[in-house]
Structure formats: C-alpha cells, structure tokens
Design a protein around this ligand. Structure first.
Ligand code: PMP
Ligand code: GLN
Length: 428
C-alpha cells in the first residue's frame, strides 16, 4: 500500500503479477500452498514505507502531463567537459568493475576538492569511499555502524531514506523538530530539546546541511553547539552535504568535519548529482576517519559492491573544474530560487525563503485552510497542472509537516515561469 493514499504503489502491482505467475506455473494447489507467504513478503522493518514519494509524484507528473516541481532533478545538462569525459571513458574501455573503494582518479579528486573548498585533509587510500550516490553512502554508514537499539539523533523533516535505513539497521530514531521562526521564517531548533535528546544511548547524530526540504544551512554557531554535544557524549556524526555547492548569497556552507575535534568523529557524505546536473549517474562518496569509512564499506560492499565505472573519472573532471564553475552554478540557481519564491508568495502561500538547495517549502493554509498537504498535492496536477511534494513524508511525526508542501526550482526559467503562472490561479 502506498503510504499516502490512492496512488497504487509499484510493489502492489508486482505482488499481483507474482501471484498470477504462480497460479499459471503451479496450478491452483501450488498457489494455495504459497498464498500466505506471497501475500506478506515485506519485512516488518519496512512496514508502512511503501513506494517513495519521489517515484509516485514523478509518475503522477508523467501521467497528467503536469510541470514536475516535485522530485529534485535538473532539466538541463551539466558541464560539457564532464559529459564528454563519461563518453570518452565508455569509448576507451572503462566498462568493467572499478576497484571496491572507487577509482583512484576520483578518490584523489575528492581529496583535492575537500582541501580546496574546506581545507580538510583526507587520505585517498583509507579515508575516502566512492558509493552509488549519497543514498548508498547513507545506507552503508547506517547499516555498517548501527546495532539494534542504537539511537540516532536527527532533525525532522529529513530526507526520506534516513528513516528507512535506520529501520533496516534496527536503530531507534530520535527526531528533533526544525520549525520556522515566526519573524524570520528561518528554520530553527530548540537547543534544550536537542541537548535532552542526545544521551549516552546515542550512537550517532545524522545531520543534513544544506538541508532538504527546508533549504536551511546550519550556521557555525548551531554546528558548534551540536559538535559540543557529540564530543561530550562520545557520539559519531554522519553529515549529508549533497547540496554543499547550491548555497545562495549571504550564506556559507560550513562542513561539520572542519570544526575543532570533529574530523576525528565525522563521516561526510556528498555526491556529484546536484553539482554536475547528473542525478542519474549516482556517483557519491564519503570521507572520514578510516575506522568509520571501513565500517560503512563493510556494509556497502554487500549492497552494490561497486557501480558506475565510466561516471567516476567524469565526476573527477567535474570536481576539478575552476571555482568560477561552482560560483556560476549557485548564482544560476539563486535566480531560479528567486523567481519561484516570488511566484509562490504571489500565489498566496506563506513561503519560507531557502538559503540553499533546490527547494522552497510553503505553508498551504492560506490557500487550503484544512492544511491537508497530501490532498493538496494529489489534487494539484488536475487543478493547475503542477506537481509538488507533501512535506509530511519527511517527518517522523507526519502531523508536524501536514500543512507544508515543497516545490523544486532546479528547472529552466521558462518552466518555472509557466508553473508560477499556473499557480497564480490558486490565489484566494
Ligand atoms: N541526501 C539528500 C538530502 C538528498 O536530497 C538526496 C537527493 N538526491 C540524497 C541524499 C541522495 O543523493 P544521491 O542522488 O546522490 O543518491
Ligand atoms: N533528492 C531528490 C529530492 O529530494 C530526489 C531523490 C530521489 O528521487 N530519491 O527530490
């Protein structure tokens, strides 16, 4: 069953097809013998997770022909040098399994990148691991480090794979809510609540900065506070920084690993998808102390072992592009953020201006007083021809995000303009 309603999930269809196959192959008796198991194959650890919201809403966009401001992926290609390098790699025979930790050329480029942008030093042999996107890096880290019952402190809303991976690992979620400040609209957390949540039962703090879906960038002061608790309670930190280069004027991304005493306990995760408009390549990585990288690698090697050989040298080319490329990337997205944000405000939403990332979150209640974000998103394609994501799916307690909806701005300006024009019809 889908987590949020009437759209049929992929696995429900698979289940029906499997039942049919068994009936055809084995006849009625074989079907009858196996029916109970076939009806409930899903592990209880994943009960209720259904199909990810991104797959469901992108399918809805295709089905209805709506403009897809749901799943965050760009609609233009990234730098030609990076694309050409992938084509060259395929043509020159880089088509077999890469080494387990990732190709040396990419690991070296990751080390150079961390030094160039943040002054952080890593050993390419022991402290860097290439993964199938940040998603696999997160899965490897959580599955490789958590024991059953270990507590993970993190902020809600959160990227949807966090809850699923913690559940698979048997970990216990300890969420702290991010809420928009009444005056500034900036997402904040309550420091007393956070302090009380980090205890000696905490194995790790899972951080995401810049943050999806709120567009918040954690400040140095906030990170110092979190780091202080991590050190006091001897807790590991895993930090997801996939939007590190999509940060807007007036804000700076500060990597947790750069804070005093934190490189020793912090695993930093990122990927090339957002930076080089190559989300489909799934080239990600992690950097951190050899012990943490090793723990994550132990799980990762049994997930995919390795992936995407030709995309690895191509992503290395991207990481070595001049500073001007990274500045232009953020500036271009900032123009798009402004256009979308202005349009969302004009349409009548209460919008929270993001400091970074692809996403702007709005409170729908000025337009839909019952604040039912799921009903709103399911109806939006029919109503005005736009797809968005209900933020509820990013919360451990869905009530906290019921009235919030996320729109993505990583599209061509003419596409954003068309979406904004359609959304204007909602204005009360
Ligand atoms: N973390 C966050 C916060 C994200 O928004 C995403 C979405 N792409 C990911 C991780 C996954 O990244 P990748 O596509 O590299 O697996
Ligand atoms: N990170 C993207 C988002 O939040 C998409 C990720 C995905 O499709 N799993 O929209």
């Amino acid at each position: 069953m889908s987590r949020f309603g009437p759209i049929r999930s992929g696995w429900a269809r698979t289940r029906r097809a499997t039942q049919r196959d068994r009936t055809v192959r084995g006849g009625r008796d074989a079907y009858a013998v196996g029916v109970a198991a076939v009806d409930h194959p899903l592990t209880s650890k994943l009960a209720g997770f259904g199909t990810t919201i991104f797959a469901e809403m992108s399918a809805l966009a295709v089905k209805t022909g709506a403009i897809n401001l749901g799943q965050g992926f760009p609609d233009t290609d990234g730098p030609a040098e990076v694309l050409d390098a992938a084509v060259d790699a395929i043509r020159s025979g880089v088509n077999q399994y890469p080494p387990g930790p990732g190709m040396p050329v990419l690991r070296e480029a990751i080390v150079e990148h961390q030094r160039r942008f943040y002054g952080l030093d890593y050993d390419a042999e022991t402290e860097v691991l290439v993964t199938a996107g940040a998603t696999e890096a997160l899965a490897g880290a959580l599955l490789g480090m958590l024991d059953v019952g270990d507590e993970v402190v993190l902020f809600e809303p959160m990227y949807d794979s966090y809850q699923a991976c913690i559940a698979l690992a048997g970990g216990v979620l300890r969420p702290v809510v991010l809420r928009p400040d009444a005056d500034t609209g900036r997402y904040q957390f309550d420091r007393d609540e956070f302090s009380a949540t980090v205890t000696d039962r905490t194995k790790l703090i899972l951080l995401n900065t810049p943050h999806n879906p709120t567009g918040k960038v954690f400040t140095l002061d906030e990170l110092e506070f979190i780091a202080g608790l991590a050190k006091r309670h001897d807790v590991l930190v895993v930090t997801d920084e996939v939007y590190e280069h999509l940060v807007f004027t007036g804000t700076e991304h500060v990597p947790m690993a750069g804070l005093p005493g934190m490189a020793e306990r912090t695993l930093t995760i990122s990927s090339g998808g957002k930076t080089f408009n190559t989300t489909g390549w799934k080239t990600g990585w992690m950097c951190g102390p050899a012990s943490m990288v090793d723990a994550a690698k132990t799980a990762k090697q049994f997930l995919t072992y390795v992936n995407g050989a030709p995309f690895q040298p191509a992503t290395a080319v991207g990481l070595r592009l001049p500073d001007s490329f990274f500045a232009a990337l953020a500036a271009d997205l900032e123009t798009k953020r402004d256009r979308l944000y202005t349009g969302l405000v004009a349409a009548g939403f209460t919008a929270y201006r993001p400091e970074a990332t692809y996403f702007t979150t709005v409170d729908i209640r000025p337009i839909q007083p019952d604040g039912d974000g799921i009903a709103f998103c399911l109806g939006l394609p029919e109503r005005v021809g736009v797809v968005a994501i209900p933020n509820q799916v990013f919360y451990a307690n869905p009530e906290h995000g019921r009235h919030l909806v996320r729109f993505a701005c990583c599209k061509r300006l003419d596409v954003i303009d068309a979406a904004v024009e359609r959304l204007a019809a909602l204005a009360p």
